[in-house]
Design a protein around this ligand. Structure first.
Ligand SMILES: *Cc1c(COP(=O)(O)O)cnc(C)c1O
Length: 376
């Protein structure tokens, strides 16, 4: 089956007992067993439960992965992955990452004695020299948040030491536009709060992987720590997956047109969007993605004053953190999502847009009127 067919039908046959076409939300926490010790599919919902299981099976199919686990947030998914590390281990991480990822890496560095080195993964010759046998985990985002850099996943996977686990945060692309496991990644993580949920009403994380030893470890962590997704939120994601490809196509179309629109505005110094041929990683993006996504950033003329004024003037875009949902959102990374963890590349004139599914003419008109009101 192709992507869109799997998104609707994978592991979602009508219910045998009732004929229900839609996957039921099974709320039970415990399951009756025939006799102590008898093998069962389900026994307690922290370990596994039907609605979550259906989501995990369907999503694994979409990523063409052997396994998937659904967690209570993107951060809890990332935390689960970091449980694989031991004291003293070295993590090589991209320098431009989601603010919460930077905070989490700093936290494990301090409390679990893990070493974390942040580098620029677009500098491949430097990356290759740092990929020594000491490295136990490589942590990438592609595209990155908020600078929309593209990491060359295939080249990094080929250059890495055999034992090092390559983790790719693929939140900005969703499996519709990018499948890092095919490019050699060991673990892919999504904040499903973003495009996969797509409606700003569900906090969730998903991880996918192929290796059997990872499955055993992650299932043990899940059973022991319990950061799992609820049946209701699992249902919401199953529902959202059915429209993922339609939404991604429109997000991309709107974002590309927005990028061109901003690029031609004299108050905009630079537009960061991997779908623009002027983007420094455009060729890699074209090779490893089938679409460029719906997030873009730009540098406004002036500084923080102009950026804030622009954001306050927006009417259709909502000034808010997060991204990847039907409504357009705008934010100022330096003072919002990336405040205390910002690198020097997060400048005061940087604005991040998550382009939603509204009519593109209304989106452009809103950006134009907000730019027109700014005093430069
Ligand atoms: C939002 C986000 C996360 C964290 O996910 P939550 O669901 O908010 O916990 C991780 N990575 C990226 C790229 C994100 O945008």
């Amino acid at each position: 089956m192709k992507f869109q067919t799997k998104a609707i039908h994978s592991h979602q046959k009508p219910d045998k007992q009732t004929g229900a076409v839609v996957t039921p939300i099974v709320t039970t926490t415990t399951f009756a067993i025939k006799e102590p010790g008898a093998p069962v599919e389900y026994d307690y919902s922290r370990v596994s439960t039907p609605t979550r299981k259906t989501l995990e099976s369907c999503f694994a199919d979409l990523e063409e992965a052997k396994s998937c686990l659904a967690l209570s947030s993107g951060c809890s998914a990332m935390h689960l992955i970091l449980q694989l590390l031991s004291p003293g281990d070295l993590v090589l991480a991209e320098e431009d990452l989601y603010g919460g990822t930077l905070r989490l890496l700093k936290h494990v560095e301090k409390t679990q004695n893990i070493r974390v080195k942040h580098i620029d993964f677009s500098n491949l010759s430097m990356v290759k020299s740092m990929l020594t046998n000491e490295v136990k985990m490589i942590w990438l985002e592609s595209p990155t948040n908020p600078l929309l850099k593209i990491c060359d996943i295939l080249t990094i996977a080929k250059a890495k030491p055999k034992e090092a686990l390559l983790v790719v945060d693929s939140t900005f692309s969703s499996p519709y536009f990018q499948r890092p496991l095919d490019l050699g990644a060991d673990i892919v993580i999504h904040s499903a709060t973003k495009y996969i949920g797509g409606h700003s009403d569900c906090l969730a994380g998903l991880i996918v992987f192929n290796k059997e030893d990872l499955k055993e470890k992650f299932e043990f962590f899940n059973k022991t720590i319990g950061p799992v997704l609820s049946p209701f939120d699992s249902y919401l994601l199953l529902r959202s997956l059915k429209t993922l490809s339609l939404r991604m196509e429109r997000h991309e179309k709107n974002a590309l047109e927005t990028a061109h629109f901003l690029k031609s505005n004299k108050r905009v110094k630079k537009v960061l969007y991997p779908g623009l041929p002027s983007h420094s990683n455009y060729e890699i993006a074209k090779r490893q993605m089938t679409g460029f996504g719906g997030v873009l950033s730009f540098l406004i003329e002036g500084g923080q004053k102009q950026a804030i004024s622009f954001l306050k003037n927006l009417k259709i875009f909502t000034l808010a953190e997060s991204l990847g949902a039907v409504e357009s959102l705008a934010e100022h990374p330096l003072t919002m999502t990336h405040g205390s963890h910002a690198s020097s590349s997060i400048t005061e004139d940087l604005i991040r847009l998550s382009v939603g599914l509204e009519d593109i003419e209304d989106i452009k008109e809103d950006l134009q009127q907000a730019l027109d009101k700014v005093k430069f």
